[in-house]
Design a protein around this ligand. Structure first.
Ligand code: ADP
Length: 191
């Protein structure tokens, strides 16, 4: 099973990605988490990514593409994966198409979590208090939402044209959203 999860910052992608990945016994690969691990570890990749992340901007495609390419080439991703936070730009869509094609497989579905914009800002501010993420200040949150709307939201129509989008209401309790996701994904034929 090769899946993407999409939705604006604060839609609950990370939480739901873990549950979905467990369900299908595939790794949940979050570009945001990989970047944050590199920032904490002080790696060259982390030093580079931090400059953009702290401002709510996207890390350059080249850096991100290479990182994803090597991650999905790892043995645990051979039977499938769930990508969370990638692709985020049209160039990344093309790049991912190439990566998947090279393996002789195809993308099975793109799970889109729909949420109310103001509720999302509230969720992110609450998370900021709990987790203290450097990019969870109100200004940076607003910027991340703007960048999402300009760069990433249009990708949903690209995947919709390919008939891959499975849209799920992301509002409400985590468990309820999870049930909706499983129900929706049940109808997707697995490759
Ligand atoms: P969000 O809650 O905004 O969805 P993530 O944890 O997915 O946050 O990502 C945090 C930050 O990491 C992004 O704001 C961006 O700077 C960087 N990032 C993550 N994925 C990508 C990507 N595919 N392309 C470019 N930058 C990315």
């Amino acid at each position: 099973m090769r899946l993407l999860i999409m939705g604006p910052p604060g839609a609950g992608k990370g939480t739901q990605a873990t549950a979905v990945a467990d369900h299908f016994s595939i790794p949940a690969i979050s570009t945001g988490d990989i970047f944050r691990a590199n920032v904490s570890g002080g790696t060259p990749l982390g030093v580079e990514a931090k400059k953009y992340m702290d401002a709510g901007e996207y890390v350059p495609d080249e850096v991100t593409n290479n990182m994803v390419r090597s991650r999905i080439a790892e043995p645990d991703a051979e039977s499938g994966f769930l990508l969370d936070g990638y692709p985020r730009t049209l160039a990344q869509v093309t790049e991912l198409d190439g990566m998947i094609e090279e393996t002789g497989h195809k993308l099975d579905a793109v799970l889109v979590l729909t949420v109310d914009q103001e509720a999302v800002v509230g969720r992110l501010l609450k998370r900021a208090e709990i987790e203290g993420r450097a990019d969870d200040t109100e200004d940076v949150i607003r910027r991340r939402l703007e960048v999402y709307a300009a760069e990433t939201e249009p990708l949903i129509s690209v995947y919709a044209e390919r008939g891959l989008v499975v849209s799920v209401d992301g509002m409400g309790e985590i468990d309820d959203v999870q049930k909706r996701i499983f129900a929706a994904l049940d109808d997707v034929p697995q490759s």
